[in-house]
Design a protein around this ligand. Sequence first.
Ligand SMILES: CC(C)(COP(=O)(O)OP(=O)(O)OC[C@H]1O[C@@H](n2cnc3c(N)ncnc32)[C@H](O)[C@@H]1OP(=O)(O)O)[C@@H](O)C(=O)NCCC(=O)NCCS
Length: 323
Amino acid sequence: MMFRSQIVGCGAYLPARIVTNDELAGRLDTSDEWIRQRTGIGERRIAADGELTSDLAFHAARQALERGGMSGNDLDLIVLATATPDETFPATAVKVQARLGMKRGAAFDVQAVCSGFIFALAVADNALRLGQARTALVIGAETFSRILDWQDRGTCVLFGDGAGALVLNAVADAGPTSRGILSTHLHSDGRQHDILYVDGGPSSTGMAGCLRMQGREVFRQAVQHLSGVVDEALAANGLSPADIDWLVPHQANTRIIDAVGRKLGLSADKTVVTIERHANTSAASIPLALEEAVTDGRIRPGHLVLMEALGGGLTWGASIARW
Ligand SMILES: CC(C)(COP(=O)(O)OP(=O)(O)OC[C@H]1O[C@@H](n2cnc3c(N)ncnc32)[C@H](O)[C@@H]1OP(=O)(O)O)[C@@H](O)C(=O)NCCC(=O)NCCS
């Protein structure tokens, strides 16, 4: 029997503390106007002292499970995307597993930075399609505030903390019109390491390090690769841009989001944009945006949703789901 991964629940969590552009402008040579014009960001959430990636992930996961009418013990698999794990090991996913009361199955992390949610979704979808698991929780959770150089105005204004989660159930595949993940498409190019990386880690400096970025080059490559992978995802499913109900992009920069939307010929009102309030939450940005658009009634059952992301590595990917 062929299986398909149906989305049965969606959850999100944001730390309470809001840091506005004006607050940053009080400590750095920057301004609300500069940040808004170049990025679309107005504010970001920052995790409290002692509030860890696993805490954010747990809250988002619990909400997703509740909405799916499930509990931790119904899960076979947790795949958690993060570039900011609580500890070098074990995986943040196993901390979430324990807190959810899940005593069976498997939990592990996936590392693809800002593309992490798409990569984790692909891993979970493949396991469900193969019958290796029947229920999976896919989480994107980050505390990027902990790996930022707060003296570097070129990077620290861009990121925020948060988490989002989806619960997937394997159902019999009833053909292209049935609901669920239609396809996932993953890419990476390790030669592009130097344009976006963290200058530390357990095997190099022994410390966590800070994010370093060549913003212009990342911008240029993002538009090019995201346009390419979106075309690939549409072609793989015999779809055209007009078939897509919602574009849910990784939220890195409104100018990147707009450029990809324009190349697709999608009108801006079909794109879910949360960057103004969340900034770039890396692997959490797509599930945070999904949760918002599902909760406010924009994304409804049967809608075709196109997700895309690019991040450090470089890594990039896309997925199409019938909600
Ligand atoms: C980071 C980004 C907003 C910078 O915008 P940009 O137009 O490329 O700007 P530049 O980096 O060329 O910098 C232009 C000027 O603004 C200054 N600047 C940088 N950050 C600033 C800030 N927060 N406030 C005020 N000025 C700033 C620079 O120092 C530079 O000044 P100079 O001309 O005197 O040297 C943009 O490159 C970007 O969004 N790139 C993609 C990054 C991204 O999405 N990364 C995550 C991928 S997952």
